[in-house]
Design a protein around this ligand. Structure first.
Ligand code: PBG
Length: 331
């Protein structure tokens, strides 16, 4: 008997004895079905270019994005999320809704090739397409003009739906973005296209490698604190989520993931729609960088973090580990 414990002591180690016992009593299970793989497609390049700060990830051509998606489908990954890198940027981000824009071309190719075999999620934002790198159009005072931006998001939603997106994912944190997008989709005959709302998206320092991947630099050393959430605020995340659900979001997302496990848990309790989490570029890059130095086992830490995100309550996770974890899970 353990010292100081009365009989019959509960012996916690009995159920940890063998891998099979541990599998049997696991409270949280990570499966390939939980994974969404982010993919970057870049206009006007002849071959895929590696992204230094996201080892294993590339700025893809449309052709290499098709190849990568084929590999992911083969591994059993159910969804990909597309981000575009245009050849030219302008002050309103018109490449985002151009029918010949790089994401629209990739969506059409993916739809024609995979026809429903994989869910096509399109990130819906302007920052990759604007010269100033903000997620919307600027007012004369240099702040992002909320309602003028909503009109442009409506155009992007239609262009993405017409090109074959199953799910559009507004990520700019404008007020009213979900209803603007929902209205545009319904008005354009796309009532079957779902909206995944980046609902509680925080102004995080963890998006750096992503901004490398999409060639975004915010003008004048600026930041997104005027529209993304303050990391200090937990209740406010619930308010954001409630608004997005009321506006018609089919799925809501918390982002980043591991730094916001409390928010994921709160949100899971508060709503009955699916809850996604985005394990973001900086979360991946930190693990990979420490792994490359031999300081941690990056594969093990990646799995541990994704399990933590699910344990907190996420139904699925956008993650740069998608392919690697799908392989490890034997998909
Ligand atoms: C905005 C967007 C960003 C990410 C996803 N959508 C960047 C930002 O808000 O600056 C970041 C994702 C990541 O870091 O992996 N289009």
């Amino acid at each position: 008997m353990a010292p100081g414990v009365g009989f019959p002591a509960r012996r916690m180690r009995r159920l940890r004895r063998t891998p099979a016992l541990r599998r049997l009593v696991a409270e949280t299970r990570l499966s390939v079905d939980d994974l969404v793989a982010p993919l970057f497609v870049r206009e006007s390049i002849d071959e895929a270019r590696p992204i230094a700060s996201l080892p294993g990830h590339f700025q893809h051509t449309v052709a290499s994005a098709l190849e990568e998606t084929k590999r992911l489908v083969g591994l059993g990954v159910p969804a990909v999320a597309l981000f575009g890198v245009p050849a030219e940027k302008d002050d309103v981000g018109s490449g985002a809704w151009d029918p010949e824009g790089v994401v629209q071309r990739a969506l059409r190719a993916l739809r024609d090739t995979f026809a429903g075999e994989v869910v096509l999620v399109a990130d819906l934002c302007l920052d990759e397409y604007t010269e100033h790198g903000h997620c919307g159009v600027l007012a004369p005072d240099g702040t992002v003009d909320n309602d003028a931006t909503l009109e442009l998001y409506a155009r992007v939603a239609l262009a993405q739906a017409e090109a074959g997106a199953d799910v559009v994912a507004p990520s700019g944190m404008m007020d009213g973005q979900v209803s603007a997008v929902r209205r545009a989709l319904d008005g354009g005959g796309h009532d079957q296209v779902a909206v995944l709302a980046y609902a509680a998206k925080f102004a995080s320092g963890l998006y750096g490698p992503f901004r490398d991947a999409v060639d975004v630099r915010i003008a004048g050393g600026g930041d997104r604190r005027g529209y993304q959430e303050d990391p200090a605020n937990r209740r406010e995340a619930l308010a954001e989520v409630a608004l997005d659900v009321a506006e018609g979001a089919d799925i809501i997302m918390v982002k980043p993931a591991v730094t916001y496990l409390d928010v994921i848990a709160d949100v899971r309790r508060a709503v009955d729609v699916p809850v996604a989490a985005y394990h973001v570029s900086g979360e991946y890059a930190m693990i990979k960088a420490a792994g490359a130095n031999g300081w941690i086992d990056d594969a093990a830490v990646g799995l541990e973090q994704l399990v933590a995100v699910k344990r907190a309550g996420a139904d699925f996770v956008l993650t740069y580990f998608a392919a690697e974890v799908a392989e490890a899970l034997g998909g």
